[in-house]
Design a protein around this ligand. Structure first.
Ligand code: GLV
Ligand code: MN
Length: 197
């Protein structure tokens, strides 16, 4: 989904201070082998959090060689019972592969239809750009998935965190009306997202 590159590569120079659509390129002669390789998703992060899951991002901000190439990856690790909460990627479609474990994977369309399947290790899914989706580790045991995006920086918006944990907060009366509940119920849910990003 990203724009086409206009040169072989444009290794990101995150320090340049020049604001463009992506990162400025460092001089081509300054490119090194290390710009084209990464160990960012060789290991997963800690799943010791309320979701019981962790997404390790490998976009152009951590892998400078991806800049302008329109591709990136994530790795997501799950505890048994862990959830990668409902989220969207504003800038990319996603294709994913279950490397370990058993995941219940769901996708919601603009017609509010749920498409879902229980996937075993070795199986794949696709998330059309901008559609809400989630994965849940049904167990037994841990699970790991690897996903790739047609964007160097797909972005991710988690529905629960953005609605109940934004800074500043969405006013409680507004959420109470939207969710058709009383304000105490909204305050209670908000209290669960105080420390989330
Ligand atoms: C999984 O859906 C991810 O976006 O990391
Ligand atoms: Mn996703």
């Amino acid at each position: 989904a990203d724009p086409d590159p206009l040169q072989d590569f444009c290794v990101a120079d995150p320090t340049s201070g020049i604001t463009v659509n992506g990162f400025a390129c460092k001089a081509a002669r300054a490119a090194r082998s290390s710009d084209f390789f990464s160990s960012a998703i060789s290991k997963g992060g800690s799943t010791d959090n309320p979701n019981g899951s962790n997404a390790t991002v490998m976009d152009a901000t951590v892998f400078p060689g991806l800049n302008t190439l329109g591709v990136s990856m994530n790795r997501v690790d799950f505890e048994e019972g862990g959830i990668n909460p409902p989220h969207v990627h504003p800038r990319a479609s996603e294709v994913g592969y279950v490397a370990e474990g058993i995941l219940y994977v769901g996708i919601l369309s603009t017609e509010n239809k749920l498409y879902s399947k229980i996937l075993k290790a070795g199986e794949s899914f696709v998330m059309p750009r901008g559609l809400l989706h989630f994965q849940y580790n049904m167990g037994p045991g841990k699970a790991t998935q690897f996903v790739s995006f047609n964007s160097q920086k797909p972005g991710i918006v988690f529905a629960p965190q953005t609605l109940f944990g934004s800074k500043p907060e969405i006013p409680t009366e507004i959420l109470a009306k939207a969710f058709r509940v009383d304000t105490d119920t909204i305050e209670y849910i908000k209290s669960k997202f105080q420390d989330d990003c």
